[in-house]
Design a protein around this ligand. Structure first.
Ligand SMILES: *[C@@H]1O[C@H](CO)[C@@H](O)[C@H](O)[C@H]1NC(C)=O
Length: 509
């Protein structure tokens, strides 16, 4: 095999057909050169050796023309009858010549008596019988979504055993929005495809891209080979948590047990891994008072009751909430949550006596006020709506006053001290809650006396006898009268009324 500079042979190697170069060594030596294409059928004509060397066919036979044995001997054979060199088998240029671009096979032919050696060189020209292939059919690349346009990523070279222009000449990348292909020409070391980012990637829009890289050789027709390029887009923390609702509000009943769920918030973050993990918390300005009443689960966003919520103390809360991701530079979103407290009937009506007469005169007209009371209930709605009354069997009743929640206890019939001088009035206040709560209060009213009873003698008339001759001053008889009234109204003085023809005169006894 003749080794010469590859480049100088490159053009010649492209030539097809039979090229004869004759160099005849007078000193019993000659050189012939043939050029055939690879992959010819077994038995294909290579050249007419007898004619080209000027050897008579008979002489050839007599002098035992042969190809000297060697590694390439079996590739060719000479027919002694016609002096033609034939291909003894199908010749694969890439197998015989491996890497080199120009493939020359040197044959030594011999004639005996006298010894004559002729050198015959057969050039095997290339056929485009191989497609470019990539060492790996699929290739993975990881590119951060923060990579800027212009960033370059070297891809694998395709390999094509064919020589010259039949080797890889160009690369193409499949249609896509983000990349273009650049080709670096390394001269004899071939061409290298380089992926260049043209438009920034967005993992949240598309996390994986698939490209097809095609290598094309320069044959006629050209052959090609492909490899798949998978690009995994690496996440950066470029999204903030977003609450799934614009506003959050909830109602929780007062006195709800600790642990009761009030509301569950939900924020999502399109980023991946810790960049997309959301943590919930109260805003930094949220007061301790609120933190004592409510709790927020940092993982689930669930707000629960932690303390005693009392409608009567505060009936709604407006709480700042934050959702943050766990990126190395976290993003944070603020939101406020309105929690309304629902009333439950947990307050008794309260009865208070504002004023109470020490006594009411028995001759008072009906409708006379004996007391003013106020009735309040801290609950709201039906829970705070009060019905109030006094127990039936009493000469008193309740009437509403001009003022809210104020009632007057008034007489509703004539009183009679002599019949009942003291009343214990039971006032009932009942709210309209479900179930209703009831309070009662007892007030005592005293009836004061008026002089509405006359003294009455124990007997009337009195009949008695008196002895004659009784000494003056001696007791003859006693009378007794009583008066149902009280105090001075019951003080009795006695007089004798004289008439019947005598002086008409009253006289104390
Ligand atoms: C939060 O919202 C997302 C998106 O709507 C949903 O897939 C997820 O199940 C929600 N999480 C909860 C706890 O409701």
């Amino acid at each position: 095999m003749k080794q010469r500079g590859r480049d100088s042979w490159r053009q010649r190697s492209a030539m097809l057909g039979v090229l004869v170069l004759l160099l005849f060594f007078r000193a019993a030596s000659a050189q012939l050169r043939y050029s055939i294409s690879e992959e010819l059928k077994e038995g294909s004509f290579v050249g007419n050796i007898a004619k080209d060397l000027g050897i008579d066919l008979n002489v050839m036979k007599q002098r035992g023309f042969r190809i000297m044995s060697g590694s390439t001997e079996s590739l060719f054979k000479v027919n002694e009858n016609d002096g033609v060199l034939y291909a003894n088998q199908k010749i694969d240029r890439e197998q015989v010549c491996k890497e080199s671009n120009v493939c020359l096979i040197n044959l030594k032919t011999v004639l005996e008596n006298p010894l004559e050696i002729h050198y015959v060189t057969v050039e095997i020209t290339d056929l485009n019988d191989h497609s470019p292939t990539f060492p790996e059919k699929t290739k993975r690349l990881e590119i951060s979504e923060s990579s800027l346009p212009g960033a370059k990523y070297q891809l694998q070279n395709a390999h094509d055993p064919d020589g010259g222009t039949n080797s890889v000449q160009q690369y193409k990348i499949s249609q896509n929005d983000h990349f273009r292909l650049e080709i670096k020409d390394r001269g004899r070391d071939g061409k290298t495809p380089i992926l260049q980012l043209q438009k920034q990637l967005d993992r949240e829009a598309k996390s994986r891209h698939k490209l097809v890289l095609t290598a094309i050789d320069g044959g006629t027709p050209p052959k090609s080979g492909t490899a798949e390029i998978f690009i995994d887009v690496l996440d950066v923390n470029d999204n903030m948590p977003v609450f799934t609702k614009d506003t959050y509000s909830a109602v929780v009943q007062e006195n709800a047990p600790v642990g009761t769920t009030v509301i569950q918030l939900n924020a999502t973050d399109l980023d991946e891994g810790s960049n997309g993990e959301v943590v919930y918390s109260f805003g930094s300005d949220v007061k301790d008072k609120i933190r004592e009443l409510f709790d927020i689960d940092s993982v689930t966003g669930e707000i629960t009751v932690k303390g005693h919520v009392d409608f009567e103390e505060q009936d709604s809360y407006d709480i700042d909430i934050q959702a943050s991701d766990k990126g190395s530079i976290p993003f944070r979103t603020d939101k406020s949550v309105i929690i309304k407290i629902g009333d439950t009937n947990d307050n008794l009506p309260e009865i208070e006596v504002a004023s109470l007469s020490s006594a009411v005169s028995e001759d008072s007209r009906s409708g006379t006020t004996v007391a003013l009371i106020s009735i309040t209930d801290l609950d709201s709605g039906m829970n705070g709506k009060i019905i109030s009354y006094v127990t039936e069997d009493s000469p008193f009743t309740l009437t509403p006053s001009m003022q809210d929640n104020m009632f007057a206890v008034v007489t509703k019939s004539q009183l009679d001290r002599e019949q009942q001088s003291r009343y214990d009035i039971t006032i009932i206040a009942k709210d309209a809650g479900e179930p209703a709560l009831t309070s009662e209060k007892i007030i005592s009213v005293f009836v004061s006396d008026t002089n509405d009873n006359s003294p009455k003698f124990s007997l009337s008339p009195y009949t008695f006898y008196i002895n004659e001759n009784n000494p003056p001053g001696a007791s003859v008889f006693s009378v007794r009268a009583s008066d149902r009234d009280e105090g001075d109204n019951a003080l009795i003085s006695y007089h004798i009324l004289r008439n019947a023809g005598h002086e008409n005169k009253e006289e104390g006894i």
